[in-house]
Design a protein around this ligand. Sequence first.
Ligand SMILES: NC(=O)c1ccc[n+]([C@@H]2O[C@H](COP(=O)([O-])OP(=O)(O)OC[C@H]3O[C@@H](n4cnc5c(N)ncnc54)[C@H](O)[C@@H]3O)[C@@H](O)[C@H]2O)c1
Ligand SMILES: O=P(O)(O)OC[C@@H](O)[C@@H](O)[C@H](O)[C@H](O)CO
Length: 540
Amino acid sequence: MVKITDDYLNNKKEFTDAGIKVPTYDIKKKNGATKWVHFGGGNLFRAFHAAIADRLLESGDLDAGIVVAETHDKDVVTDAYKKFNDRILRVITHEDGNFEKELFASVSDALYFDQSNPDGWKKLFKIFENPALQLATFSITEKGYNLWDSQGNLLPAIEDDIKNGPEAPKNNMASLTSLMFARFKAGKYPMALLSTDNFSQNGEKLEKSVLTIAKGWEKNGLVPSEFVDYLQDDKKVSFPLSMIDRITPNPSETVSDKLKADGFEDYQIFHTPGHTNIAAFTNTEEVHYLVVEDDFPNGRPALDKAGVILTNRDTVNDADEMKVTTCLNPLHTALAVNGSLLGFNSIAKEVSDPDMLNLIKQIGYVEGLPVVTDPKVINPKKFIDQLVNKRLPNPYSPDMPQRIAADTSQKLSVRYGVTIQHYIDDPKRDPKDLHFIPLVLATWCRYLMAIDDQGKPFEPSRDPMLSELQPKVADIKLGEKTDVHAHLKDILSNKKIFGYDLYEIGLGDVVEGYFASQISGVGAVRKTLEDTLSKYAKQI
Ligand SMILES: NC(=O)c1ccc[n+]([C@@H]2O[C@H](COP(=O)([O-])OP(=O)(O)OC[C@H]3O[C@@H](n4cnc5c(N)ncnc54)[C@H](O)[C@@H]3O)[C@@H](O)[C@H]2O)c1
Ligand SMILES: O=P(O)(O)OC[C@@H](O)[C@@H](O)[C@H](O)[C@H](O)CO
């Protein structure tokens, strides 16, 4: 059996016998100053960013590895990095059943960045004080950027951080701002802060969070106004937009079993107390896109040589809108909530169900595609074709509706709100022309009941708003007479969730109607879907 920590340079055969491709570089000899820090060393980073760095280390375009900083889950550092000498085994699960295995040694260090870990804390400050640093990338989930509660007030922990200043931050955005303050003090060195999380204008959101903290500190006399100027000076600090796409499921038992059978010893999967699912390996798909605004004030690695599309801000924004708000993620969320209610635990199986496939095609081709701006760098129609014909049906992709359903309350305004806005803005359209998007919004409300379509309880995926929202629908019983409006009005009018008060744009009643039908008895979620498809579905 080969271990991930074995010497891949001198004992390459051990790895190739297990079907694993290995690097030709020794990361210890790539000892230039750190150019690239990544926050959030979860599965997407391990499958995608680490691969980009690997290619550039191989080609000689990068002379130092990435330093991974975890601000949220310290067990990720111990269980997925340190235990394995920071190496990663990436498995691409091709649709013909080939599992392509490759070892990456492109992470030079991983650390828990929190005041409770003084070593990691000091190390990262040193890196940020070094002029060589060019970029920090982020994949920390949507909620990792958030500073506000559902009423738009700053969270108490953020208020504390703003009161306490750059010396003792606790929240990750405040800690990042503190790192930037250290960089400012060291010499006002430039760099890019690049969000690669899944939401529209991700760079703007990162900028807003950092600036909110910095301005709070300035107001309290804890930092000079020049620090805020530095963060707002395009030539010093940039917050590029990005669109990232690679379906990267949590590490799966099927892949783990296959690795074990192939002679790879580190096949175990860890479920950390902080709820990250991680392993020495990561499983992902072959298709991938990363489109990045080319705005790096301190230069950048040759990302283009590793397949990254570098372009202008508008093009990235269009590509991101195309993927996140129209052609992929809305379809994903539709599969997530329906799949959880209808008893699916595999996306590939779910899309083999003709109703489910038809539902996502209606959302993608019929409701979304006509209002999407063509980003030109990727053709939107071909993108949906590839998604529904190749990516989602891949029987070897271990993706699950339950993974995608996590944090749905944080995603709805992005995944559906932008399309709804196009229907509001266009005088020839009306949000009431939409049928399948409101059906999904109703299905999410039905999902909050945590009772599946067979009337059995299920455990919803983690979501920061569950405790606030579930009590609103908790007393509804399938098949019993219910005042739907009384139950849903607070949810459907919450602008933080949908981006709108759905009643104000004429969709509140439509969603209520679908929901009333979905709670009319056992099997009513499926029946409502079938009825809606037979009434409104267009031929594709
Ligand atoms: N997995 C995919 O298919 C995929 C594809 C494109 C984009 N993304 C984006 O990447 C993000 C991460 O996906 P993943 O597959 O790596 O997930 P993951 O669960 O494997 O890892 C999540 C990472 O985010 C960190 N994190 C979680 N909550 C946080 C918080 N509140 N503050 C700071 N850090 C936090 C975790 O510690 C971990 O490092 C997604 O939320 C999405 O925005 C994922
Ligand atoms: O990662 P999230 O939680 O924002 O969303 C779940 C999935 O929709 C997402 O991870 C997709 O797999 C990804 O956007 C594909 O590129």
